[in-house]
Design a binder for this molecule. Structure first.
Ligand code: CUA
Length: 347
């Protein structure tokens, strides 16, 4: 099947279960509502007052009947809740091997970035049978990333990251919508997701004309914004050592511990005073207003690359790493990120 032919209907790894669950809920709720309506109408006819002065009478309690009409719906609905909760956790927890793709929403377009540096607007190319994790933020108002055929929808908020993942199962072209009213041209904030056979995706990636991987762009910004002047890659500096940071717990001056995820790193760049690492001074200036969301994403990719997530295969990219960084490692996800292609700008 070709990836440029418009497809509809469920087409992701979770959509089958979601379909099944949705129709089970519709069926159960319809049957319950119908059952109640039928008994109601029947009782109105059967037990209505027939004479002006008729008195009601007390009916004998029917224990088995009362227990069963309480217990059966209770277990049926708790069962639906439990299954719904399971599906919720499935969609909230991306698999470790998911391709990280970054999404920035703005009035009125979607900007998408692949780890290799390929950028797209209102289009997203993905391989089939491979999980894809979207990390999303907005440059202005609230948007919502919605691909009906994949049964995914997630709000995209300014000033923080939200994420969702999916795994396309059928090649084709699928509708992408903004599902949150975001201004005059909200209805035009639409696009396409192209699900491709893996070899077609690889071909697409290499035609992508990327200026360099996100990590290498991040490395450039790391020097351009003079981060490197203080964040030396040794533990003796005045600023925290960023090697091997990503995904690790960080102890703060308040005694709390947070995990260094995308949201934490973004906050540390834009609002460094919010969380001070234990043992360090509050000396970092804020980069709010000076750095774009895309540059923040590049920097995060760079920090990820110098500190591999433990569950990702490590590999070094000899020759491409500036000497001053010592033994950096790149992350090798699908669509490998290696820190190459850009020489650091020294200032
Ligand atoms: Cu963006 Cu509606």
């Amino acid at each position: 099947m070709r990836s440029d032919i418009l497809q509809s209907g469920p087409a992701s790894s979770i959509s089958g279960e979601y379909e099944w669950f949705f129709w089970t809920m519709v069926t159960v709720c319809t049957l319950v509502a119908l059952g109640i309506a039928i008994v109601l109408v029947y009782s109105m006819i059967r037990f209505h007052r027939k004479r002006e002065n008729q008195m009601g009478s007390q009916r004998q309690l029917n224990i088995p009947l009362e227990v069963s009409w309480t217990a059966i719906p209770f277990f049926a609905f708790i069962g639906m809740f439990a299954y719904g909760a399971k599906l919720y956790f499935d969609i909230e927890r991306p698999p470790d091997n998911a391709i990280p793709i970054y999404v920035v929403g703005k009035q009125w377009m979607w900007k998408l970035q692949h780890p290799g540096g390929q950028r797209e607007i209102n289009e997203l190319h993905v391989p089939i049978n491979q999980p894809v994790k979207l990390t999303m933020t907005s440059q202005d108002v609230i948007h919502s990333f919605y691909v009906p055929s994949f049964r995914i929808k997630q709000d995209v908020l300014p000033d923080r990251y939200t994420s969702i993942w999916f795994e396309a199962t059928r090649p084709g072209k699928y509708h992408l919508f903004c599902a949150e009213y975001c201004g005059t041209k909200h209805s035009g904030m639409i696009g396409w997701v192209y699900a491709m056979e893996p070899h077609d995706y690889q071909a697409w990636l290499s035609d992508g004309g990327a200026e360099g991987s996100l990590a290498s762009m991040g490395q450039k910004w790391f020097h351009q914004f003079a981060c490197a002047n203080c964040h030396h890659f040794d533990s003796a500096g005045r600023c925290p050592d960023l090697r091997n940071l990503f995904g690790k717990p960080v102890e703060l001056s308040t005694g709390e511990t947070v995990v260094a995820d995308e949201g934490y790193i973004r906050e540390s760049i834009l609002d460094p005073r919010a969380k001070i690492v234990n043992g360090f001074q509050d000396i970092m200036p804020s980069f709010k207003g000076q750095i774009s969301e895309e540059q923040v994403i590049d920097l995060i990719s760079f920090i990820k690359a110098i500190g591999p997530q433990s569950n990702i295969e490590q590999h070094t990219s000899p020759g491409s790493v500036p000497q001053e960084y010592g033994n950096q490692k790149g992350i090798a996800g699908p669509g490998t990120v290696s820190i190459s292609g850009s020489k650091p700008e020294t200032r």
